[in-house]
Ligand binder design. Structure first.
Ligand SMILES: NC(=O)c1ccc[n+]([C@@H]2O[C@H](COP(=O)([O-])OP(=O)(O)OC[C@H]3O[C@@H](n4cnc5c(N)ncnc54)[C@H](OP(=O)(O)O)[C@@H]3O)[C@@H](O)[C@H]2O)c1
Length: 277
């Protein structure tokens, strides 16, 4: 049995779909609200809250392989709950910032979870994806409202990754031999700037979208009001304010692991065009 956490999210939902289409055997998805959730094929929706590791017992029953999204609850206890339940292999979603921006708090927290998993005694595979293509969903409201998209670092190209590629790597790691004890830095197939992302969304919905490059100061004020100043600065650093070669590098890890070329941003935009209409 494979348990997928974050199962209603961008990556987890793609993983459950892929496990189903590949006939990978029994799987279940964790959600805080099973009543409003259906998953593809025979995958069952199981209720549990990562902030309350005790609540994960039913979801973990009989599970041998776990896809784990981190930093949503007390990861030490979550990993211990998995080990106690008999989980043998965990595929963890970490972040590329562990190696590109280790001085930032989110990166440090991700590294701490990686170490907890490595010390757990369970087999592990660590995925370190870069910025997700699905982060562009934050522009859905202004685009639907026919307002301009405003973004800082408008012409900094990042090797943004389609969440389905993270899912594909996870599916291979969960179901095929040779991926335990491996750490995979994952990127998309090319660098894409915020301006180019908006152009790709415009092409997908068939109309122009006005775009305005904005300052760090303006973006920081908006983000800090929601996430706090430290988190805002961390996001702004890793999306353009303090980039480095390691972050900008396009890697072929997705194709090495899955045998398929990583999906470009324009594919994510085409698949999710309805979000912006
Ligand atoms: N976005 C990026 O650029 C980026 C980069 C590197 C790493 N990451 C990491 O990648 C992971 C996956 O991201 P994603 O975009 O696929 O996820 P997402 O679309 O943001 O979805 C969040 C998921 O987490 C679940 N969740 C939230 N709080 C929960 C709780 N207390 N208990 C149980 N489940 C909970 C939600 O399930 P329900 O609402 O159904 O309960 C949902 O399935 C995240 O952990 C993120 O830190 C993201």
């Amino acid at each position: 049995m494979i348990l997928v956490t974050g199962a209603t999210g961008n990556t987890g939902s793609a993983l459950l779909r892929e496990l189903h289409t590949r006939g990978a055997g029994p799987s279940r998805g964790l959600t805080r609200d099973a009543a409003r959730t259906t998953f593809p094929g025979t995958a069952e929706a199981v209720e549990g809250d990562l902030t309350e590791p005790e609540s994960l017992k039913p979801a973990l029953h009989g599970v041998r392989s776990l896809f784990l999204v981190s930093r949503l609850g007390p990861d030490r206890e979550i990993i211990e709950a998995a080990r106690t339940a008999g989980v043998e292999h965990v595929v963890l979603v970490s972040s590329i910032t562990v190696q590109t921006h280790p001085h930032l708090r989110p990166a440090d927290e991700n590294l701490a979870v990686e170490l907890l998993l490595k010390e757990s005694g369970m087999a592990w595979t660590i995925l370190r994806p870069t910025q997700f293509a699905s982060n562009a969903a934050m522009w859905a409201a202004p685009i639907r409202n026919r307002e301009a998209v405003r973004a800082p670092y408008a012409d900094t190209g990042l090797p943004t990754i389609h969440p389905a590629d993270i899912a594909s790597v996870a599916r291979v790691a969960l179901t095929e031999p040779g991926h335990q004890g491996r750490t995979y830095a994952l990127t998309g197939p090319e660098q894409v700037t915020a301006r180019q992302q908006v152009e790709a969304i415009a092409a997908a919905i068939g109309r122009d979208i006005p775009f305005e490059a904005t300052s760090r100061r303006e973006a920081r004020a908006q983000m800090a009001a929601v996430f706090g100043e430290e988190a805002a600065d961390a996001v702004l650093d890793v999306t353009g304010g303090d980039v480095n070669d390691e972050l900008l590098r396009v890697r072929d890890t997705v194709s090495q692991v899955t045998g398929s070329r990583a999906r470009p941003f324009r594919q994510w935009a085409a698949e999710n065009a309805d979000l912006f209409r």
